[in-house]
Design a protein around this ligand. Structure first.
Ligand code: DX5
Ligand code: ZN
Length: 213
């Protein structure tokens, strides 16, 4: 299982060492939760923090853009060193136009669907996606419980992606711990995001436990 720790829940005063602990545990990438206080009621990081994180690691940085206007900001995050913008189909923008622009500019993208959004909404953007992010909590806060119905969506996505031989990885975000990660793995997920489980205990050990699933 690939593990992408969401570092916003780490001890931010020790960010560089928290990142190294994740790498020691076998983290495959880092998940950066960007929230604007509009698309979701919470506020988190901007490009400057992403730039600082870039200086801490060469691992892939995915930016989960929980923004009302991702089209206005994604370039700032890419210029700050992020590798993979993750765009919600629920953002009130023309998703197709935005994703096309990202590809034309030479970047990859991931597409994100909320718990109440059917898998079909991601279909028009899946052929070229590097990743499909299935939200297993309502975006906005870490520490919520895994929504069990997400498992059906992971299974549906797995069979569609396999049947159509698409390159998109399936990533699951929200309420991931050892138990729910196993459920996601069995349903066909490739990557799990985790914040509160990893950073409320021994970071290296917990990343390792997830990575060895
Ligand atoms: C929720 C974020 C998640 C969240 C995960 O809006 O997208 O990445 O931080 O937190 P946990 O792992 O605690 O559910
Ligand atoms: Zn996230």
């Amino acid at each position: 299982m690939k593990v992408s720790p969401s570092v916003i829940s780490s001890r931010l005063e020790n960010l560089a060492s928290e990142i190294s602990k994740c790498i020691d545990g076998g983290a495959a990438s880092f998940h950066l939760d960007v929230m604007d206080g509009h698309f979701v009621p919470n506020l988190t990081m901007g490009p400057d923090l992403v730039r600082a994180i870039r200086r801490c690691t060469d691992h892939e940085l995915e930016v989960h853009l929980m923004l009302q206007d991702p089209g206005r900001y994604y370039r700032d995050f890419l210029e700050a060193g992020a590798d993979l913008p993750l765009i919600h189909v629920e953002s009130p923008v023309n998703t197709g136009v935005l994703l096309r622009k990202i590809i034309m500019e030479g970047s990859r993208y991931g597409v994100v669907i909320n718990p109440e959004t059917p898998f079909e909404k991601a279909l028009p953007f899946l052929d070229e996606a590097a990743l499909l992010l299935v939200m297993s909590v309502h975006p906005g806060f870490s520490g919520q419980s895994f929504i069990k119905d997400s498992v059906y969506k992971i299974r549906e996505a797995r069979s569609y992606i396999d049947e159509h031989r698409l390159k998109a990885l399936i990533e699951v975000d929200g309420g991931i711990n050892l138990e729910t990660a196993k459920i996601c793995r069995d349903a066909g997920a490739d990557v799990v995001v985790s914040a509160s489980y990893i950073f409320s205990g021994n970071v290296t050990e917990r990343v390792g436990l997830l990575a060895r699933l």
